[in-house]
Ligand binder design. Structure first.
Ligand code: NAP
Length: 258
């Protein structure tokens, strides 16, 4: 496969929980291209686990950051500035909704559940980008986040996460329009279903995988690696003319009518 040389470039990667995480698939591609990466973990309990994963990548950094905590976000980016001096790429691969909000009826979504899902899964892209912007100035910075078809269509049980993903995709367009003059691009990947920890929290996830296999034009599900290579395209200058876009990496499923 074609290999890019991005040595000298740096990335902040949010959302590596284990080796199945989509963020880990993106980190693998960035790592192969020689990008130096900072990884974050959410709280002491998860530190050792993410530290092991960060150890898979040469010269990486590990930082604590719960994306609901503004001062941790600020400190994360100031430590990245101190260590890397600048930032080229930002990967937002973070989402959360309360379990009951992914199981019950959407009409019963609580105010608290709505706020939690939107704050962690969508607002965080705004605050991360705000802190990343000064580190990216003059460097053709690029931001990539992860969305899902539930942003555009109703999907059983996806509920408030669909609302959060719709917000994430609009935030992507709005940030792209504002940051374009600084040469910073902002895009999101709308990924097909991949068996990860978060995905297993969605009721009926196994059925979703099966439906894609039967009906997507490619008659299969996508892989973690395919999300990684698409992200590499969008982050690097290969995708230099692309911004504000939601790129579907879904074996074509979203293009099918009947
Ligand atoms: P994952 O491995 O479980 O990753 C989700 C990440 O979000 C975890 O690292 C989790 O950290 C992090 N997170 C949750 N709340 C956080 C908070 N308050 N602060 C910081 N981090 C927090 O699952 P994934 O499937 O790779 O998900 C990554 C992204 O891809 C999500 O945006 C998801 O919606 C999107 N996506 C997934 C699929 C799919 O089928 N897998 C399809 C389309 C889009 P902890 O483990 O520490 O909680």
């Amino acid at each position: 496969m074609y290999t890019l040389d991005l040595s000298g470039k740096t990335a902040a990667v949010f959302g590596v929980a284990n080796r199945r995480s989509l963020a880990y698939g993106i980190a693998k591609e960035l790592g192969k291209a020689g990008v130096r990466q900072a990884f974050t973990y959410q709280g002491e309990r998860l530190k050792d686990n993410v530290a092991k994963l960060a150890g898979d990548f040469e010269n990486s950094m590990l930082l604590e950051c719960d994306v609901t905590n503004e001062s941790q976000l600020e400190s994360t980016f100031s430590q990245i500035k101190a260590e890397f001096g600048h930032l080229d790429y930002l990967v937002h691969s973070v989402a959360f909704a309360q379990k009951e909000d992914l199981e019950g009826d959407f009409v019963n979504t609580s105010r608290d559940g709505f706020r939690t899902a939107l704050e962690i899964s969508a607002y965080s892209l705004i605050s991360m980008t705000r802190f990343a912007k000064p580190l990216m100035e003059g460097r053709k910075g690029s931001v990539v986040s992860l969305s899902y078809l539930g942003a555009e269509r109703s999907v059983p049980h996806y509920n408030v996460m669909g609302t959060a993903k719709a917000a994430l995709e609009q935030i992507t367009r709005q940030l792209a329009s504002e940051l374009g003059e600084s040469g910073i691009r902002v895009n999101t990947i709308s990924a097909g279903p991949v068996n990860t920890l978060s995905a297993r929290g969605i009721s009926g996830f196994g059925k979703i995988l099966k439906v894609y296999e039967e009906r997507a034009p490619l008659r299969r599900n996508i892989t973690q690696e395919e999300v990684g290579t698409a992200a590499l395209f969008l982050l690097s200058e290969m995708g230099g003319g692309v911004t504000g876009t939601t790129l579907h990496v879904d074996a074509g499923y979203s293009t099918v009518g009947l």
